[in-house]
Design a protein around this ligand. Structure first.
Ligand code: TXA
Ligand code: MG
Length: 400
């Protein structure tokens, strides 16, 4: 068993998981680990995932332990293709509901969309946190696809960060996040989308409800359906108003308000605004994060006006797709700057397209954080199987 590794201490080289190219041999290795109940880091087109066999309770328990994720936060099942047997219960939806599922699946899978559907009784309770529904998605990333074909079964995969932290968009981020906890990361390069999938629930009557904005714009879903998607809370969330960081939260199970949190405090700026002194609470800003568009001169002027030491523009041309791809990497880099100070992050003026997902992640990163209370056993679980070594400790022992 590895000793506890405090979050602030950089992992030693020895404890880093092996990061490997997705060669056929390494895909077979990853599949073999997954069949033994182990978990591995995998690339998807949205963010890196922490994958385990969806029908192996050992693997599911391990995902929760490795991420230090509370058991009430359900997992997404990644399918090799759709339809796939034994994952959702079509009979529990009416014909209009089934028609909506067909339509969305045909139009958006494989891709960055998760459908929350009535579950099949065979899906383990651990995967759904005991809910009557299950989250499903068919990922588009060729490496995720190749691994799913190799293993021939659904993989449960949350984002490969420790719970509540920034989602990883590089294999090296996964290795650092989960050092000493997993044996292997498949390196598939940087994602083409960069923010997590959009999550919608399909209800009887074909009602579609937005649970999390993400890589598939809501407007694209609405165009395909020919009608509006229900946004919890009714009207579009206001920007910059209301209690700090609480705007626009999605009331889905596990969709905690505080999430995607860097180590530094993050404060939101309404579009185009200067930071109010009260916002900074006496702390000089370390960095200013702008979504763009912004020329270098504009960005520099904004930096000076804000008092920040650094400015980072996610997309100088204002291309939302580029901004989404850059978001999590930029947050990690700004978090790692030397010295103290908050990150100021400017919201896009409207919750539309990919800016909707970016605004959502920034609001959660800025949300008040729960007091830190270590779980009863905060030791990271050691990998079940060390690469090239026989199985170690029994699955899931002592970590729940
Ligand atoms: O793009 C993505 O979705 C990435 C990649 C790895 O596929 N995965 C991801 O997983 O973002 P995760 O676990 O970080 O976030 C999934 C969220 C959970 O927080 C949970 O709230 C929601 O999906 N979810 C899963 N099943 C659900 C269900 N049955 N009902 C409501 N929400 C559900
Ligand atoms: Mg996540």
């Amino acid at each position: 068993m590895n000793p506890s590794i405090p979050a602030s201490v950089p992992p030693s080289r020895a404890s880093l998981p092996e990061v490997v190219d997705p060669t056929p041999e390494n895909l077979r290795r990853a599949a073999a680990l997954l069949r033994e109940g182990e978990v591995v880091g995998i690339p998807t087109e949205t963010v890196y995932g922490l994958a385990g066999h969806a029908f192996d309770e050992r693997a599911l328990a391990r995902i929760f332990a490795v991420k230090a994720r509370p058991a009430f936060d359900p997992l997404i099942l990644h399918l090799p293709r759709f339809p796939w047997p034994g994952v959702w219960d079509a009979e529990a939806l009416d014909p209009p509901g089934r028609e909506v599922v067909e339509r969305l699946a045909r139009a958006f899978w494989p891709g960055p969309l998760t459908l929350v559907l009535p579950r099949d009784a065979r899906v383990p309770d651990l995967a759904t946190s005991g809910l009557p529904t299950v989250g499903l998605r068919v990922p588009a990333h060729p490496v995720a696809q190749a691994l799913l074909q190799e293993i021939g079964a659904p993989l449960a995969a949350p984002s490969a960060n420790r719970f509540g932290r920034i989602s990883p968009t590089r294999a090296s981020d996964v290795a650092e996040e989960l050092a000493g906890r997993i044996p292997l990361v498949l390196d598939g390069g940087e994602p083409t989308v960069g923010v997590e999938s959009t999550i919608v629930a399909v209800r009887p009557g074909g009602v579609v409800e937005l649970l999390r904005p993400g890589g598939t714009p809501v407007a694209a879903l609405e165009a395909r359906l020919g009608r509006a998607i229900v946004r919890p809370g009714g009207a579009a969330p206001s920007l910059g108003a209301g209690p700090r960081g609480t705007e626009g939260a999605m009331p889905a199970p596990g969709m905690l308000e505080s999430h995607y949190a860097p180590g530094r405090r993050l404060e939101l700026l309404p579009a185009g605004a200067r930071p109010a002194p009260s916002l900074l609470a006496g702390e000089a800003p370390a960095a200013l994060l702008l979504q763009g568009p912004a020329t270098p001169a504009e960005a520099e002027a904004r930096r000076r006006a804000s008092g920040a030491r650094r400015v980072r523009v996610l997309s100088p041309s204002g291309d939302e797709a580029e901004a989404a791809r850059q978001l999590f990497r930029a947050l990690r880099e700004l978090d790692a700057l030397p010295g103290p100070g908050v990150i100021l992050a400017e919201l896009a003026p409207r919750d539309e397209g990919l800016a909707h997902a970016i605004n959502d992640r920034l609001r959660r990163a800025a949300a008040p954080r729960p007091p830190v209370s270590p779980p009863p056993d905060s030791s990271p679980p050691a990998p079940l199987v060390r690469p090239g070594h026989p199985a170690g400790e029994p699955p899931g022992s002592g970590h729940e």
